[in-house]
Design a protein around this ligand. Structure first.
Ligand SMILES: Cc1ncc(C[n+]2csc(CCOP(=O)(O)OP(=O)(O)O)c2C)c(N)n1
Ligand SMILES: [Mg+2]
Length: 330
């Protein structure tokens, strides 16, 4: 079912927000202000924004290393500047500047974070999925992973158990075609990676990951199954990353013309076309969205630039948990 005009406008704004967020992050990474490696998801906005849009705040989210978009959109609007500050390594960051780009978690919205090991969260996400069943809630768990990550042995283990125990997991496989420099069909025998699901007797589908309406529809189908206790689903969102693997990678391994072809199917462009052609949205409305987002991102940036860096004495904080009560243990 097509989205309403209001819904499409909302997710269009979400996509503009994460596109501009990452463009700013890219700029400050290249000029050396942001420490460490940055993995950008420009071009993949629909897959991230669509999945997050379909979730409740209490659903568990496991982003991956290319997850800025999903993380920003999961967080409460008033906390989003702290996501950028985290990437800048600042004390005001959502994790006090300790995590940086790849290790951002925010338990208030059940963003469970990532740890730099591909395929690890595909296993640990079984814990939150099991907790939902055990506690008899209808919260689902979404784990993001890439086409390369699907080749990790952990993905087999995870899908096997999730299928056997009918755990409410949505495997959000973002197929952006490459794992670093390896094209996905050079490391997988299947053309459709969603066919993996067949081995575990669970539904799998491959969808257009650049069309946000298609993304939301497919995600909703999986969420509905999971909430009803029918178990996991594997969804492969076909998309493309416009940048190299990390900011600074010239991506010389891509054939000529490939990027240009995918840019024609820019997720923002596709949604904008629908807004104008199907919903008769005026150009001025679109322009105002961009203007509003611009001001918001500028505020995040100023906050990030002006915030202090963590002090060395703070490095010993949060090493041990304070006063944790574990049932059944002294
Ligand atoms: C276990 C493990 N092996 C290798 C790496 C190095 N590594 C980081 S990202 C990446 C490629 C991941 O590709 P994909 O899953 O397609 O995600 P994408 O980067 O395309 O978003 C690799 C091999 C790692 N971090 N962890
Ligand atoms: Mg990939």
């Amino acid at each position: 079912m097509a989205l309403t005009k209001e819904h499409l406008l909302k997710v269009y704004r979400d996509m503009v927000l994460i596109r501009r967020f990452e463009e700013v992050v890219e700029k400050y990474s290249i000029n050396g202000t942001i420490p460490g490696f940055i993995h950008l998801s420009i071009g993949q906005e629909a897959a991230q924004a669509g999945v997050i849009d379909a979730l409740k705040v209490t659903d568990y989210k496991f982003p991956d290393h290319r997850g800025h978009g999903a993380i920003v959109l999961s967080s409460f609007p008033e906390e989003r500047k702290r996501i950028m500050a985290e990437i800048f390594g600042k004390k005001t960051g959502i994790n006090g500047g300790r995590g940086g780009s790849m290790h951002i978690n925010d338990l208030s919205v059940r963003n469970m974070g990532f740890n730099g090991i591909q395929g690890s969260t595909v296993v640990t996400c079984l814990g939150t999925a099991f907790a939902s069943v055990y506690n008899k809630t209808d919260d689902v768990t979404v784990v993001f992973m890439g086409d390369g990550t699907l080749g990790e042995g952990t993905c087999h283990e995870s899908m096997n158990l999730a299928a056997t125990w009918k755990l409410p997991v949505i495997y959000a496989l973002i197929n952006n075609q490459y794992a670093i420099s390896t094209f996905y069909t050079d490391s997988h025998p299947q053309e459709k990676l969603s066919d993996w699901s067949k081995g575990y007797g669970v539904p799998g589908e491959t969808v257009d990951g650049n069309d946000i309406e298609v993304v939301i529809e497919a995600t909703n189908r999986a969420i509905e199954r999971a909430r009803k206790g029918e178990g996991p689903t594997l969804i492969e969102y076909m998309t493309y990353r416009w940048q190299g693997h990390f900011s600074g990678d010239p991506a010389a391994y891509r054939p000529d013309g490939e990027l240009e072809k995918w840019k024609e199917r820019c997720p923002l462009k596709l949604a904008r076309q629908k807004l104008i052609e199907t919903h008769a949205v005026a150009e001025k409305v679109i322009h105002d969205i961009h203007q509003e987002v611009e001001e918001e991102i500028e505020a995040y940036l100023q906050f990030s630039l002006e915030s202090p860096v963590p002090v060395p004495e703070d490095s010993i904080l949060h090493v041990y948990a304070d006063d944790v009560q574990v049932e059944g243990r002294k």
